[in-house]
Design a protein around this ligand. Structure first.
Ligand SMILES: CC(C)(COP(=O)(O)OP(=O)(O)OC[C@H]1O[C@@H](n2cnc3c(N)ncnc32)[C@H](O)[C@@H]1OP(=O)(O)O)[C@@H](O)C(=O)NCCC(=O)NCCS
Length: 213
């Protein structure tokens, strides 16, 4: 335990990230960089010490960074910027989550309390595996994906990069959800979903395109 963790983004998601980081016991100091709050603001026991834009001023051999931005595209942009500057990137996995053998979790990903990830699943970088979500065996979750709280993905599900799966959704085995797509809250995904669409309901059906490029 020798590192300082700087969390970029002091909103609600940032609070979850700070709490997760504290629970890991890996950091002796945790602080926020945020553009909305005043420097010196306290958020619980954690202080806003600077602006995200000035991250380089805080980078040293004992510091690592975590991007706590819920929007997939914005999170991607910040992570790529940090990586380009070769600063250390944290990966935060809450100790109450259960991670099976042969699971790979990419840099900059958050796994929130109570989540379960089963064997031979690959989780990309910069993902959010939110509260009490389960992802079963042999899944492939692309970079910058957000799986919202209380989702259940069966085995061998593929989720493309920057996709979002809304709170409380269920995905049956062998399904593919395309990149940049949004699955509405409480959906049951029982057939493949193309990329760049919003799909909702049970069974989930596309209701409109969703283009981010
Ligand atoms: C899917 C979603 C993104 C759509 O948002 P939107 O584009 O603003 O869509 P609208 O609210 O205009 O709804 C469009 C239609 O889809 C329906 N719809 C929206 N979300 C739905 C859902 N989750 N399940 C079923 N139908 C849904 C609406 O009832 C509406 O139907 P209508 O045209 O017959 O009236 C949003 O409703 C949603 O489910 N977001 C998930 C949020 C979440 O999980 N957050 C977790 C954060 S950790």
């Amino acid at each position: 335990m020798a590192e300082t963790l700087y969390i970029i983004g002091a909103g609600g998601h940032g609070k979850v990230c700070a709490d997760t980081a504290k629970a890991t016991g890996h950091y002796n100091h945790i602080a926020f960089l945020d553009s909305q709050r005043d420097i010196g603001d306290a958020i619980g026991e954690w202080e806003v010490v600077g602006r995200p834009e000035s991250f380089a001023d805080f980078a040293d051999t004992h510091s690592v960074f975590f991007v706590a931005i819920g929007d997939n595209r914005a999170r991607r942009q910040w992570l790529q910027r940090l990586t380009g500057e070769q600063v250390g990137i944290a990966t935060l996995v809450h100790p109450t989550s259960i991670i099976a053998e042969h699971v790979h979790i990419g840099a900059g990903t958050l796994v929130v309390a109570g989540s379960i990830i089963n064997g031979f699943t690959q989780i990309g970088q910069g993902c959010i595996i939110n509260t009490a979500t389960s992802i079963d065996h042999d899944c492939s979750i692309g970079d910058y994906v957000h799986i919202a709280p209380g989702c259940h993905l069966a085995g061998t599900v593929t989720v493309g990069e920057e996709a979002f799966v809304g709170i409380g959704s269920a995905v049956i085995p062998n399904i593919s959800i395309g990149s940049h797509s949004i699955i509405g809250a409480g959906s049951a995904v029982t057939s493949n979903i193309d990329g760049n669409v919003v799909a909702v309901g049970s069974p989930a059906r596309p209701i409109r395109p969703h283009h981010r490029e």
